[in-house]
Design a protein around this ligand. Structure first.
Ligand SMILES: Nc1ncnc2c1ncn2[C@@H]1O[C@H](COP(=O)(O)OP(=O)(O)OP(=O)(O)O)[C@@H](O)[C@H]1O
Length: 620
């Protein structure tokens, strides 16, 4: 027991005496007597018992002393803690009130812009568009693919200023390093005359702006993003370079069974893939007809058709594949063909391919490439978010942009009418009188598409219908009979609109306005193609979201179209606050900021739906 006491004493003596700082801000301060001082007092008291005092008494006194010291130390610690906590609390309150003052200084617009930037940063963190193998191995190419093509010498000799003037003349905006020169005539592009002559028979005489800059860019082997109005000839701009590449490969060493393809074109819907395939067939046939060039083989690879019917193509060397993602992945996984000699990947309606559910499919497809490829992305709409994302995924990309991405085709006369829900069907009949056929009627809802067709048939109008729940035969029948002119009206769900090129559509009637303005741009774009003019009539009413109406209002203003009074009266909250009216980087809509973007909201829902439809061959 004695030795225990001794050690306790040693402990007590070794303890440093607490230093005390007076805190004059602390109202709860109580005068404090330092431990050393108290201990001295205690010891003085203890010593008054005398040396002969009872040992037990002394021991008790000493224990009391030690207890007292312990309690004092605890109290000191508590005070220290309280002091620190108070300081943190005060600091937090100060920061908070500083922020409140700063926030109060910010306008609503600045706050909204900050919120938008945060959302944009969050979605910008998506994975690069490259195959998993490339990502895993950290493979990234620094140089574009080399090709043997060169512009004619007289064009090479022209100054950069001259090229700039040509671009300016055609409203072409470019971005990138060492951009190939624009070429204003097909004859100067070093295309076989068989093709140039054939184009003439189809009234394709001079290249459109996207073609005159896009074709030389693709011929030079450059990755590119091509953005141009609906109906401006993008299909030719990305198919012609692939045809020339295939021709060159075939010329070097003819492909035999099991070899190829040299390049692939990906489309988001079966109908668009079929249309592109038919174009490629016509152009490659025209090329071979002259007898100077070999016949190139093209495969259509989409869901809903029997691939067996094309065994004659697959039994030969295959040059070009036009595909929807689901069926293409299926064929590659089954080893029906491979991408060992594939050098060219083009995505049509690329923003849809990347944005709305096919992103993983695209990565999967890329993983089948075993060598560097040339990658091209084309669309009429390409919001900044997709452009940025695509640009970081391509090799020294060239951006070729004709007009604002997402702007409406100026050859379409846009009419917007306020029509009550219950009056729409009757008014539709009236609208059909405005022009001669063919007319396309769009609705966002499959049931409504069926209802409209039924109503029109009842009224004696020759109408066909197309939407995602129709069988492949029904879809093909609808397109064929409408294209051939056997049917006057095609009623379609919105998704059927992308990229389809029907002859001379006179009038597009949008029965229900799509929430996303990009869809509207694609839908009205079925008319006013290849330099012809057309009309688009759109029904809106109370059920159309105000934000969609604002997007529409700005789009009409941008295109110099008449803005009806009910649209004019809608105020933009951003304009009222004096904020910037930049387009939404997610959907390109001009009437809202990213935080109110309807597309952002819908993306997840659509992605899930498209995953469910993945084995549907990538159709809509
Ligand atoms: N240089 C040209 N001169 C005249 N017509 C052309 C030219 N190039 C293509 N065309 C025609 O223009 C029409 C529209 O072309 P295409 O379908 O390629 O447009 P697009 O830009 O892909 O449209 P969308 O964005 O709607 O898919 C086609 O019928 C095509 O034959």
């Amino acid at each position: 027991m004695d030795s225990e006491l001794a050690s306790k004493r040693r402990r007590v003596q070794r303890s440093p005496s607490p230093t005390f700082k007076y805190d004059d801000e602390d109202d709860s301060y109580e005068p404090y007597v330092p431990v050393a001082q108290r201990r001295a007092a205690k010891l003085a008291k203890l010593s008054s018992f005398g040396v002969n005092s009872d040992r037990q008494k002394a021991k008790k006194q000493l224990e009391e002393l030690l207890e007292l010291e312990d309690a004092e130390r605890e109290e000191e610690k508590r005070r220290e803690r309280a002091r620190k906590e108070r300081t943190l609390l005060v600091e937090a309150q100060e920061v908070h009130s500083r922020r409140a003052v700063e926030d109060a200084k910010k306008t609503e617009v600045e706050k909204a812009e900050e919120a938008d930037a945060e959302i944009l940063a969050a979605i910008a963190s998506r994975r690069k568009l490259a195959s998993d193998m490339e990502l895993a191995k950290g493979i990234s190419y620094l140089e574009s693919l080399k090709t043997t093509w060169n512009p004619p010498k007289y064009i090479l000799d022209q100054t950069e200023e001259h090229h700039r003037q040509i671009r300016e003349k055609y409203h072409i905006i470019v971005d990138g390093e060492d951009i190939p020169p624009p070429i204003e005539h097909f004859a100067d592009m070093k295309i076989p005359h068989e093709l140039v002559d054939f184009f003439k028979t189809k009234r394709i005489v001079t290249p459109t702006p996207i073609q005159l800059q896009g074709i030389p860019t693709a011929f030079a082997g450059r990755d590119m993003i091509g953005i141009a109005f609906t109906g401006s000839g993008k299909t030719l701009a990305f198919c012609l370079p692939l045809i020339m590449l295939a021709l060159e490969e075939e010329g070097k060493l003819p492909l035999i069974r099991g070899e190829g393809p040299v390049g692939v074109v990906l489309c988001p819907s079966r109908e668009l893939a079929t249309q592109t395939y038919e174009n490629v067939l016509v152009w490659t046939d025209a090329l071979a007809k002259g007898g100077r060039y070999p016949q190139l083989n093209t495969l259509l690879c989409i869901g809903g058709i029997s691939m067996g019917e094309q065994s004659h193509v697959m039994n030969k060397g295959m040059h070009i594949v036009v595909a929807t993602p689901g069926r293409l992945i299926d064929m590659l996984e089954k080893g029906r063909f491979n991408f060992k000699s594939c050098k060219y990947l083009c995505m049509d309606e690329a923003d849809r391919m990347i944005d709305l559910g096919f992103e993983e499919d695209v990565r999967n497809i890329m993983s089948f490439f075993t060598r560097q490829r040339q990658t091209l992305l084309f669309s009429a709409t390409m919001p900044r978010k997709i452009q940025d994302f695509a640009q970081q995924s391509l090799v020294r990309p060239v951006l070729v942009n004709v007009g604002r991405a997402g702007a409406a085709n100026l050859d379409v006369l846009q009419v917007v009418e306020y029509v009550k829900q219950e009056a729409k069907m009757v008014y539709l009949l009236e609208c059909l009188q405005k022009t001669a056929p063919p007319v396309i009627v769009f609705s966002e809802n499959k049931n409504e598409v069926d209802d409209i067709q039924e109503y029109l048939l009842l009224k004696g109008v020759e109408a066909v219908a197309i939407h995602g729940s129709k069988t492949q035969e029904e879809r093909q029948y609808a397109i064929k009979s409408f294209k051939s002119g056997a049917k006057d009206v095609m009623v379609a769900s919105g998704v059927a609109s992308k990229g389809l090129d029907f002859n001379d559509i006179q009038h597009v009637i949008i029965f229900s306005m799509p929430k996303e303005i990009e869809d509207y741009v694609h839908q009205i774009g079925r008319t006013g193609r290849s330099g012809k003019t057309g009309i688009a009539t759109t029904f809106v009413n109370m059920s159309t979201p105000e934000q969609t109406l604002l997007d529409l209002k700005y789009l009409l203003m941008e295109a110099g179209q008449k803005v009806p009074p009910f649209l004019q009266s809608i105020d933009d909250p951003r304009a009222v606050q004096g904020g910037s009216l930049k387009g939404c980087p997610v959907c390109g809509g001009l009437g809202h900021a990213i935080s109110n973007c309807p597309k952002l909201e819908d993306t997840q829902r659509r992605q899930m739906a498209s995953h469910r439809a993945a084995d549907d061959g990538g159709g809509y």
